[in-house]
Write a protein that binds this ligand. Structure first.
Ligand SMILES: O=C(O)CCC(=O)C(=O)O
Ligand SMILES: [Fe+2]
Length: 205
């Protein structure tokens, strides 16, 4: 008999109309999650990418790094494939566990490092053509808890807020990216660093 390292917890549905968000808590054994956080925090492949908004080149208010088969430049219309770094053994364990839990396959990860409360990501949808028609994105959090906000594109009354905790996973799937936008807002609270790993399947055409 093989014993699983991971305890299966029933997932929670955060959104189930116009797309879906499914959430799992405590994904990895505690020491594994802490070791992965420290490993990622201490590597030196973090970059501060630029993004062009209304014709102006701005620095993104967070650091990013791509792992896996492909990466996509934020300032290249999200189409350009950039060189990436191989999955580390710890990232591989996490990817395998996420694939087992969700039943989906992923070939790359965009890692985001929010250094403090001033780092953020504005409202957006992960709807780049390169991710296919209904992108499936598994988003795993490590480190400080940050607030995740969602708003519906046409029904302004529909808003969802959720605290993304260390060692938790959300799966964005179905038509979600067509109907909802998501963000991590800045906070005046003093917060420690947070790393978010967004597992994606890039299908170059
Ligand atoms: O940090 C997060 O939880 C969200 C990151 C995100 O939305 C993205 O990388 O597209
Ligand atoms: Fe996103």
């Amino acid at each position: 008999m093989t014993l699983s390292l991971f305890e299966d917890e029933l997932p929670i549905e955060l959104i189930n109309s116009d797309g879906m968000i499914t959430c799992w808590q405590l994904l990895l054994p505690d020491q594994e999650a802490t070791a992965l956080f420290e490993e990622l925090l201490n590597v030196n492949n973090w970059q501060q990418e630029t993004i062009t908004l209304y014709g102006k080149r701005l620095l993104q208010p967070r650091l990013t790094a791509w792992y896996g088969e492909y990466g996509v430049s934020a300032d290249g219309g999200y189409e350009k494939l950039v060189q990436t770094v191989d999955f580390t053994p710890r990232l591989m364990v996490l990817k395998t566990e996420i694939e087992r839990l969700t039943g989906y396959h992923f070939n790359c990860v965009l890692a985001n490092l929010y250094r403090d409360g001033q780092d953020s990501v504005g409202y957006h949808a992960d709807d780049e053509k390169i991710l296919g028609i209904n992108p499936v994105i598994a988003s795993y959090s490590l480190g400080a808890t940050r607030r995740f906000l969602l708003k519906h594109n046409s029904d302004k009354l529909q808003k969802v807020a959720c605290e993304l905790q260390h060692n938790s996973l959300i799966l964005m799937h179905g038509a979600l990216q067509h109907y909802w936008q998501h963000s991590i807002p800045k906070t005046q609270r003093s917060v420690a660093p947070r790393i978010n790993l967004t597992f994606r399947l890039i299908k170059p055409h």
